[in-house]
Design a protein around this ligand. Structure first.
Ligand code: NAD
Ligand code: ZN
Length: 351
């Protein structure tokens, strides 16, 4: 059964971040209320920090996004909050890209649920209500601002906390925040959205709603990358791509990218671009993707070069082939006969 959850409240528009104080006011009624601000470390020395409604009793955590979210790092942040204050925070504010948004979702859950982050990786394992949280994306593409998963890697697996408790209570979509993203990062994260749409549309597990969201999102992305960049439009495309993929499934590119991320430590958006670039025989949209790259002056390096061993390639192929649901979505029930390990290795060697 597919039963979908959506973010209940969001605002959209330039400088909409100025309403953050208003959204927090209900959570500041007690004398000792604490708000935790989880902010991507890029903003540590940015002027925007002085404009945020941070008060003396609040906790500000600058999130290190050099690596994508690790379960142990999330546990450390939760411990830090618990040590600093003996009472629970009233709200969490997550401001950053997919990594920071996912970390703040996970923190909001772990403050009210016992154990460690890795205990909740999976589907619907969260028992207690999480803390009220506000998401403020600062890069467009992952859709993490609207989804019910908080993706992380633990010593055992890369898997999200999939739960209604992961959904932000309020989202602030302010396109002015995405203007400082460097060109290459901007492109890689945006292409995550492009690939979400393509995989959703070309799979068998979509429905009229996911198709509608993915088609509109693709149309907006084409306007942004072929005609004129519009940060607000891209932000909406990211949300729509996120809704589409969360209610259908990824396809061939995501499983291949997970192998690349696991073995070579590549970041999600970059790994997606490296993998998608080799998938023209499955997805005609790769042609467009290459035009987007050339318009955005992006050149992808070869990542599977002579320094990568056969053993590592083997591990990447195994990690790819573990994703049976996405691969079934792409190829059908007999996917193992079509997408063989030899084929996967052939593709990986080209990346
Ligand atoms: P990110 O959050 O990892 O950030 C990438 C880089 O961009 C970082 O160096 C960060 O400091 C920088 N950055 C962020 N905002 C900036 C700004 N406004 N100006 C300048 N620099 C800025 O990037 P991402 O691609 O958005 O997120 C990737 C993560 O999202 C992965 O962990 C992936 O697994 C996850 N993800 C989650 C979902 C979901 O539904 N929860 C969906 C897709 C991907
Ligand atoms: Zn993705």
């Amino acid at each position: 059964m597919k039963n979908s959850t959506l973010v209940k409240k969001y605002i959209l528009g330039e400088n909409s971040i100025s309403h953050l104080g208003h959204f927090l006011s209900d959570h500041r009624k007690d004398n000792n209320s604490v708000i935790v601000f989880c902010i991507d470390h890029f903003f540590e020395s940015h002027q925007i920090i002085d404009k945020l409604p941070i008060e003396s009793n609040d906790i500000t955590l600058f999130i290190d996004t050099t690596d994508e979210p690790k379960a142990e790092y999330i546990d450390e942040l939760v411990d830090k909050i618990k040590t600093e204050k003996e009472y629970l925070p009233k709200a969490i504010v997550g401001m950053g890209g997919g990594s920071t948004l996912d970390i703040s979702k996970a923190i909001s859950i772990l403050l009210t649920n016992p154990g460690k982050a890795q205990d909740y990786q999976g589907w619907d394992l969260v028992k207690n209500k999480s803390i009220f949280k506000i998401g403020i994306p600062t890069i467009s593409g992952t859709g993490a601002e609207f989804t019910r998963t908080a993706v992380m890697t633990s010593s055992v697996k890369k898997l999200g906390i999939n739960s209604d408790e992961s959904v932000f209570n309020q989202v602030i979509l302010d396109p002015t925040l995405t203007k400082s993203v460097p060109n290459d990062q901007f492109f890689f994260t945006a292409m995550d959205c492009f690939v979400h749409n393509v995989e959703s549309l070309r799979g068998s597990q979509n429905d009229e709603l996911t198709i509608a969201f993915a088609e509109k999102s693709l149309e907006m992305m084409r306007e942004c990358f072929f005609e004129k960049m519009n940060h607000e439009k891209l932000m909406v495309a990211s949300v729509m791509g996120g809704i589409s993929i969360a209610n259908s499934n990824v396809g061939i590119c995501h499983p291949l990218s997970y192998g690349l991320s696991l073995v070579l430590g590549l970041h999600h958006g970059f790994a997606i671009c490296v993998a998608f670039n080799q998938l023209e025989e499955y997805y005609p949209e790769v042609k467009e993707f290459k035009e987007f790259m050339s318009n955005s002056k992006i050149k992808l390096p070869k990542v599977v070069d002579e320094t990568v061993s056969d053993d590592q390639i083997n591990k990447m192929a195994d990690a790819t082939l573990k994703n049976d649901r996405p691969l079934e979505n792409a190829f059908g029930k007999n996917w193992r006969e079509i997408f063989t390990k030899d084929k996967v290795i052939e593709l990986i060697r080209k990346m």
